[in-house]
Design a protein around this ligand. Structure first.
Ligand code: NAP
Length: 224
């Protein structure tokens, strides 16, 4: 399987990249991002592009892939809707439309988050914009799956690029086992998210929108 990964330098993306590199079924991972991961691996290729909205400039290199794991995303904290939408909706759709032209049979997995608003009309700005993004992706002619994780525990030394999350995970770190025991449906790990993506890319899933509990089931350790 050949995979394109967006957001590989982020917390979710680092976890997904780790699982891709470990999986014997993955023969190649192309990372496209504005920042290099700094990692070296025989399966890994990287394309650093300062402005990802110009992804069509590297179209020639984007054909022949089986899956795209789209882990790029930002926090809406302190952002206007227009600015949040530019990255969350516009950038995601620019990348997806380019990829689908070259890989119509591809599986495209987008990381949104629990609470995403499929109606696009709720009160929460981030949830509306992510809902709109999910809905637009699901209309494109590839196999699209929406991952809606809740609280993600970073594993294997992975850290978030978002200051707010880094602080949150520092505070919550010791509480994760307790939170997992109390709210198993709302806690997952970077490892489970990565494994679940690989499983969905290989075998599909029963439905296009996958909530945290379903991600945990699809990414269970026995399922590698
Ligand atoms: N962390 C969680 O617990 C959690 C839970 C549920 C859902 N999510 C969702 O999962 C997604 C990823 O979250 P994360 O925690 O991995 O975030 P993160 O650690 O902040 O990483 C964000 C990633 O997106 C890239 N990125 C952001 N803006 C970009 C832009 N304008 N152009 C190119 N690349 C850009 C970053 O690249 P650079 O290295 O170049 O900055 C980085 O690779 C987000 O949509 C988030 O809402 C996260």
């Amino acid at each position: 399987m050949k995979v394109i990964l967006l957001g590989a330098t982020g917390m979710v993306g680092q976890g997904v990249l780790r699982e891709c590199l470990l999986d014997p079924d993955v023969e190649k991972v192309l990372v496209v991002g504005r920042t290099a991961t700094g990692q070296q691996h025989p399966k890994l290729r990287e394309h650093v592009l300062p402005d990802l909205s110009e992804i069509s400039t590297i179209e020639g290199e984007l054909g022949g892939y089986d899956a795209c794991f789209f882990c790029l995303g930002i926090s809406s904290a302190g952002m206007t809707e227009a600015k949040y939408r530019r990255i969350t909706y516009d950038l995601t759709l620019a990348v997806a439309r380019t990829l689908v032209r070259h890989n119509p049979a591809m599986t495209f997995i987008y990381v949104s988050g629990t609470g995403t608003d499929s109606t696009e009309h709720g009160r929460s700005m981030w949830a509306r914009v992510k809902g709109e993004t999910e809905n637009a992706l699901m209309k494109l002619p590839f196999k699209a799956y929406m991952f809606r994780p809740a609280m993600i525990r970073p594993m294997h030394g992975i850290v978030s690029k978002t200051k707010l999350y880094r602080l949150l995970y520092l505070l919550l770190g010791a509480l994760f086992p307790l939170l997992k025991a109390l709210f198993p449906k709302y806690v997952t790990t970077t490892e489970r998210v990565g494994r679940a993506m690989l499983n969905v890319a290989k075998r599909g899933a029963a439905k296009p929108i996958l909530e945290n509990g379903e991600i945990n089931a699809l990414g269970s350790p026995d399922d590698r």
